[in-house]
Design a binder for this molecule. Structure first.
Ligand SMILES: *[C@@H]1O[C@H](CO)[C@@H](O)[C@H](O)[C@H]1NC(C)=O
Length: 262
């Protein structure tokens, strides 16, 4: 616990990008690795980009007590008021949209996981390529995917009656423009938002709905890696705390390279 890793103060005006990071109560090591690596990006340290962990409550009280202390000390955790469960992850995504809109007035909102390494400057320049004010959905986009109907991760017909999923960006790293996030929050508050347990598919469904009234640019890039890391990545997934630190060391030298040890 060193002050060096505390979140910088928020600025008054709007921020370019808000990054919501899904995390779990007992993932202290994962959060520390993010704090010591890509959260050191200049854009975050200068508060042009703000990043926060979204953590739900743990079944063990002592974990929650530690979490509260950690949240107070580092100032970078949003505790969402329900018990952590896979079926409720989608509510964290809604909370990320809400925070990005209401607390920091972000132009763009990104969602990632605590084992995602984010190359913040490249993500920023990627979204700056689209003209300001246009609606965008950026990530590694799946088209024509279908729900698995069997096995451990089966999706029932009650949960998802349709044959196909909408086009959706993979969960480990995607970005939406603020008008899409505002639409999500507004429909949620009106109890009109359809929720599906897979948060990334849910976002795809909301964007599809938004696109029926306002055209959305879908920007697909494999550099938002779902399985591990590729050279010149925008985001890398399944990165251990050691890999995060290693990748950051390389990135500081100007080298967006992967680290292959665990
Ligand atoms: C978005 O809307 C446009 C215009 O209705 C449509 O042509 C396009 O297929 C939609 N895109 C997606 C990915 O649903």
């Amino acid at each position: 616990m060193s002050k060096e890793w505390q979140a910088p103060p928020l600025r008054d005006g709007p921020v370019d990008l808000f990054i919501g990071i899904l995390s779990a109560g007992n993932h202290f090591a994962e959060r520390m690795a993010v704090r010591k690596s890509w959260m050191r990006s200049k854009a975050i340290q200068s508060s042009r980009v703000v990043a926060r962990f979204f953590v739900a409550l743990h079944g063990r009280k002592d974990v929650n007590v530690e979490l509260k202390k950690e949240a107070e000390f580092f100032g970078d955790i949003v505790i969402v008021p329900f018990m952590d469960s896979y079926d409720l992850v989608v509510l964290k995504t809604v909370a990320i949209c809400e925070y990005g809109i209401n607390e920091v007035s972000a132009r763009y909102i990104m969602k990632c996981d605590d084992d995602t390494f984010v190359r913040v400057d490249s993500v920023l320049s990627e979204i700056k390529k689209v003209s300001p004010g246009s609606s965008v959905y950026v990530g590694n986009i799946n088209y024509y995917h279908k729900p698995l109907r069997n096995g451990k991760w089966a999706v029932t017909y009650e949960e998802w009656p349709e044959e196909d999923y909408p086009p959706y960006a993979n969960g480990p790293g995607y970005i939406v423009s603020s008008n899409i996030a505002r639409f999500v929050v507004s429909d949620f508050e009106k109890h009109k938002l359809r929720l599906f347990k897979m948060e990334d598919v849910s976002m795809g469904m909301w964007v599809e709905q938004f696109n029926t009234t306002t055209p959305v640019k879908y920007i697909h890039s494999l550099k938002f890696c779902q399985f591990g890391c590729i050279e010149d990545y925008y985001t890398a997934h399944y990165q251990s705390p050691r890999q995060m630190i290693c990748m950051w060391d390389k990135l500081k030298m100007g080298k967006p390279h992967c680290c292959n040890m665990r």
